[in-house]
Design a protein around this ligand. Structure first.
Ligand code: COA
Length: 259
């Protein structure tokens, strides 16, 4: 069904694997389109409670946008490339109501780190290397990197990483708060699945509302506290809330209907 990605659904988890290892999983136009479709499909799939995004092979998560595709672009084409990519993929991932965990299994550079940063949180293998090397190509990050990197690691560290076009290792990324956990490559997907399992025990409706409220903290012109109040109130009308509170009072585990 897809040329550049693999998808697998198992036990409530949809794993999306970017599969262009000979190009270090670089994001070409077709891959971005396929990822858009796969994320949308997983979000609409009732059986999918958590999405894991990773890269195939042992070397790269994603080594960036595909440089060969935009090397001869004009000013207008460059602007359109960033706008379309953000709309089709990066903003879609960030705003999905299904939780997205990025399992960073190697290089996450440029658009690769931007994709990982669009996910709701990140874990990494100990060989991972992360950076936004765009200025070394005469361009800047265009898939949200200048916005999400300072949000995650602070302005000074983001400025340094962007200006030097450098790479940080997994341990540094963990220290910066860019990734939450670092494990060996063999342990990476099992850890992502373990975290997904913990998430799945909870109300998917409440989790979707929580994602919306947390994201509101970073949206211009939106009062996150107001969003939180609205989303909090809405929870009281859900079957999940009824089940969660009833189960607690009855001293049993909840069986959330996801509605
Ligand atoms: N776009 C297109 N192709 C890419 C790519 C990208 N972002 N990153 C890697 N590739 C391709 C290489 O061109 C090479 O293809 P080839 O075998 O047909 O020549 C293949 O992937 C393997 O990469 P290679 O550079 O040989 O691997 P390496 O181990 O020597 O170096 C990197 C790894 C990640 C350091 C290096 O590939 C790199 O710097 N990539 C670009 C990173 C970047 O600037 N990303 C931001 C883009 S905006």
């Amino acid at each position: 069904m897809y040329t550049n990605i693999l998808t697998a659904q198992n036990n409530g988890i949809t794993t999306i694997t970017i599969n262009r290892p000979s190009k270090l999983n670089a994001l070409n136009k077709e891959t971005i389109q396929e990822l858009h479709q796969a994320f949308k499909a997983a979000d609409e799939d009732q059986a999918t409670k958590v999405i894991i995004i990773t890269g195939s092979g042992e070397k790269a998560f994603v080594a960036g946008a595909d440089i060969s595709e935009f090397a001869d672009f004009s000013v207008e084409q460059g602007g359109a490339l960033a706008a379309n990519g953000q709309e089709l993929l990066f903003d879609v991932v960030a705003n999905l109501s299904t939780p997205v965990i990025a399992a960073v299994n190697g290089f996450a550079l440029g658009g690769g780190l931007e994709l990982a940063m669009a996910a709701h949180f990140r874990i990494a293998s100990d060989n991972a290397k992360m950076g936004l090397p765009e200025v070394s190509l005469g361009v800047i990050p265009g898939y949200g990197g200048t916005q999400r990197l300072p949000q995650l690691i602070g302005k000074g560290r983001a400025m340094e990483l962007v200006m030097t076009a450098g790479m940080i290792d997994a341990a540094t990324a963990e220290r910066y708060g860019l990734v939450n956990h670092v494990v060996t490559q063999e342990e990476l997907i099992p850890l992502a699945e373990k975290l997904a399992g913990k998430i799945m025990r909870n109300s998917s409706v409440a989790i979707g509302a929580a994602i919306k409220a947390v994201n509101a903290c970073y949206e211009d012109g939106v009062n996150g506290f107001t969003t939180e109040i609205e989303e909090f109130g809405k929870c009281f009308g859900t079957a999940d809330f009824k089940e969660g509170t009833t189960a607690f009072l009855e001293k049993r585990k909840p069986a959330f209907p996801g509605k």
